[in-house]
Design a protein around this ligand. Structure first.
Ligand code: HXC
Length: 260
């Protein structure tokens, strides 16, 4: 597809790589970019070959936030009537796992975008933050909730109230990112693609189910979440991939999943 603000490719037949590409604005997330991103994510989700998605930006910026120049003259009546940012949540409906490969700035909406992904890998250059307070506003793309879930109240308050950036190392210590990769151009994308390839080699049904139940841990109470997990787990016994996976183990061979 022809996009203006993003690039899409398949580094492997089973992997969709989406690259934010507004270099002159440090990948600021203007509305047309989000429309394209949602379209690319939906296409990857619908592509039967694709087992995992990698989302990245440039070496300098994953994304420096929502587009401040686009937002600055908006009025309450516009943003309320049009439910500004509503389409940001569309990506949380994607069923296949999304790995964020973050280098450089992931600020404001850029940090929130990474937090909406399922796994975050960071390069040592990554700089996260919620600087909205400096603009006289607050996070609006989920940061006050997802960051608080990820790092706890005291740290989230500090980050959101002071607007200071936090480093890749802090993000790793606080559990925001699963790993800080080695330094080097393109390294974080390379590792994200390698991780995506591992995930894409599993049963897609099991992967989607696993994403669904882990995601539910953010929405449900513990007893409800455990019940939900058990029901989904029982359901796995209706799949060919469960038969194949367990038979392969018993026969001491590699499973050949049919994603059915
Ligand atoms: C629009 C942006 C932008 C943004 C950078 N640019 N961030 N344009 N929206 N969020 C543009 C700059 O205006 C500039 O364009 C070009 O990108 C390069 O940026 P510089 O500032 O010259 O680069 P540098 O000096 O290296 O500083 C990098 C930076 C700084 C620290 C990341 O750009 C910055 O503070 N950006 C804003 C970060 C921010 O506040 N994000 C939160 C946005 S609010 P020109 O044309 O001048 O060269 C937000 C609200 C979320 O996300 C609410 C719900 C989503």
């Amino acid at each position: 597809a022809d996009y203006e603000h993003i690039l899409t490719s398949k580094p492997e037949p089973t992997i969709s790589l989406i690259t934010l590409n507004r270099p002159r604005a440090l990948n600021a997330l203007c509305s047309p970019l989000f429309v394209e991103l949602n379209d690319a994510l939906r296409k990857a989700d619908e592509d039967p070959e694709v087992g995992a998605i990698v989302l990245t930006g440039s070496e300098r910026a994953f994304a420096a936030g929502a587009d401040i120049k686009e937002m600055k003259d908006k009025e309450f009546s516009d943003v309320y009537k049009n439910n500004f940012l509503e389409n940001w949540a569309t990506m949380t409906k994607i069923r296949k796992p999304i790995i964020a490969a973050v280098s450089g700035f992931a600020l404001g909406g850029g940090c929130e975008l990474a937090l909406m992904c399922d796994i975050i890998l960071a390069s040592p250059t990554a700089k996260f933050g919620q600087p909205e307070i400096n603009l006289g506003v607050i996070p609006g793309g989920g940061g006050s909730q997802r960051l608080t879930h990820a790092i706890g109240k005291s740290r989230a308050m500090e980050i959101i109230l002071t607007g200071r950036q936090f480093s890749a190392l802090e993000a790793e210590q606080w559990g925001v990112v699963s790993k800080v990769v080695e330094e080097g151009e393109g390294q974080v994308v390379k590792e994200a693609v390698a991780m995506a390839k591992v995930i894409a080699s599993k049963s897609q049904i099991a992967v989607q189910a696993a994403k669904e139940v882990v995601s539910a841990a953010y929405e449900l109470s513990l007893p409800e979440g455990l019940r939900f997990e058990r029901r989904i787990f029982h359901g796995m016994f209706a799949t060919n991939d469960q038969k194949e996976g367990m038979a392969a183990f018993a026969e001491k061979r590699k499973p050949n999943f049919s994603h059915s």
